[in-house]
Design a protein around this ligand. Structure first.
Ligand code: FAD
Ligand code: UDP
Length: 400
């Protein structure tokens, strides 16, 4: 494996072996071009190379692989996630089995607290949250259910991200935990977003304070980037970072392209720009071993600009005399991170989707290319399914 990793790195450093100019210039040949080295691209590259025996060129315009899951040791030597906290959780055994070929795992259950006034309260809202916030002594699920039922404002039909929460816990808890956070995160009121947005965060009447309940919850033992390096260390795969699709597309000859960037960008924004929400990450290192009690503290208060602070050592288990954290400050400007789940943007996406469906030589996969608010495991599952389908397509655009 070490030799293969070295070979991948060498291929990576190698100058592109194609002539710089001229329509007559010979184009470099691969079976497939994979645009984007995040989960979507890396899974497809690995499957195409290892299972279908194809020669695959993987490019990414960033200077690294792993997409938004990229982690690295910062200047202080603390392992951090450059694009915010990435916690792996899934109920899919297929996804676990597949990724386990490339990594060992460190068991980790994610816990989050919300900073409200002077208190740090468990989120998702659970019985402890209610007891602490209101000075109560609700002793059972049934008591907590009764308490919430008195406050909940049932709606005939749940149509928005506001309805989801208000109908479950009432307006006061909605305003304390959801309204400000969501307005900051999306630049929209929860009443303007799909129910699926806040439905990601359930309400509990027990005292389970885990953020996720998935059967499998763990972090890659050596980090995400190491996982990606192992996925891409196949002799049939060439990785080139710092390369945009636009600069490469006319210089290579491929039978098939896998595109994992923003779908509207692929089609030159023909129908206008799809909204993607961005974040600014402010990374800091502190001269003490711990900054906050859990990995993530949420800030629902609309008066502070950040939505959450992450302290990475909780996620990675690293022991280090210093600690590194990051603030997330949402914005409309910057790299696309989140598709915006609401009818207007979905309607626009459907127009791009129709174009994508009419482009059989290109597979569109992943969070940006299929405009879906997917977690990592969902992207891996989507990529594995895409590969399965390619096998059933005619040889010209599928697997040879
Ligand atoms: P990406 O990881 O975005 O990869 C796409 C790649 O394509 C990028 O590296 C980009 O540079 C490249 N690219 C785009 N256009 C071009 C082009 N024209 N030319 C060359 N390269 C191009 N998921 C979880 O499961 N758990 C979490 O805790 C979690 N936390 C998250 C926190 C944040 C702040 C964010 C933003 C996301 C989080 N996610 C989490 C979601 C997770 O990041 C995604 O599901 C996953 O990374 C998507 O993989 P992808 O391959 O579709 O996209
Ligand atoms: N949310 C909120 N308050 C919180 C946590 C989440 O209002 O304390 C809402 C917010 O709209 C957020 C959504 O629920 O965008 C989904 O939260 P999640 O933690 O899953 O967001 P992600 O990790 O994907 O950014």
């Amino acid at each position: 494996l070490a030799a293969r990793l070295a070979a991948t790195r060498a291929a990576n450093d190698e100058a592109p072996s194609m002539p710089a100019v001229g329509g007559a210039a010979r184009r470099e040949r691969f079976d497939a071009l994979v645009v984007g080295a995040g989960f979507a691209g890396a899974v497809l590259a690995e499957r195409l190379a290892a299972e279908a025996g194809q020669r695959v060129l993987v490019i990414d315009r960033r200077d690294h692989v792993a997409g938004n899951a990229f982690d690295h040791h910062d200047a202080a030597g603390v392992l951090v996630h450059r694009y915010g906290p990435h916690i792996f959780h899934t109920n899919s055994q297929r996804v676990v089995d597949y990724l386990s070929r490339f990594t060992e795992w460190r068991p980790y259950e994610h816990r989050v607290v919300a900073s409200v006034g002077a208190q740090l309260l468990p989120i998702p809202i659970n019985r402890t949250t209610l007891n602490t916030l209101y000075g109560l002594d609700l002793a059972s699920d049934a008591e907590a259910e009764r308490f919430l039922a008195q406050r909940a404002e049932p709606v005939a039909e749940i149509r928005t991200a506001e309805d989801v929460v208000v109908s479950a816990v009432g307006r006061e808890l909605y305003e304390t935990f959801f309204r400000g956070y969501t307005r900051k995160q999306w630049g929209l009121d929860p009443s303007q977003l799909d129910p699926s947005v806040t439905a990601r965060v359930p309400t509990r009447t027990n005292t389970d304070d885990r953020y996720f309940l998935d059967r499998f919850q763990a972090m890659p033992a050596q980090g995400y980037t190491a996982l990606f390096e192992r996925m891409l260390a196949h002799p049939n795969i060439t990785v080139r970072t710092g390369m945009d699709y636009r600069a490469v597309r006319d210089r290579v000859e491929v039978r098939h392209t896998v595109f994992t960037g923003p779908v509207d960008e692929f089609f030159d924004h023909r129908f206008g720009r799809l909204p993607y929400r961005s974040l600014a990450f402010r990374h800091e290192t502190h001269e003490r071993s711990q900054f906050q009690p859990v990995a993530v503290v949420n800030y629902p208060d609309g008066a502070v600009p950040h939505t959450r602070i992450t302290e990475y050592k909780h996620l990675t288990g690293q022991r280090h005399p210093k600690t590194s954290i990051s603030y997330e400050i949402p914005s409309d400007e910057g790299e696309p991170y989140y598709p915006v789940p609401r009818e207007e943007s979905r309607a626009l996406y459907r127009r791009y989707e129709a174009l994508a469906n009419a482009t059989p030589d290109v597979s569109f996969v992943g969070r940006l290319a299929t405009y879906r608010y997917y977690n990592m495991d969902q992207v891996v599952a989507q990529a594995l399914t895409t590969f399965d389908r390619m096998g059933r397509r005619p040889a010209r655009s599928g697997i040879a």
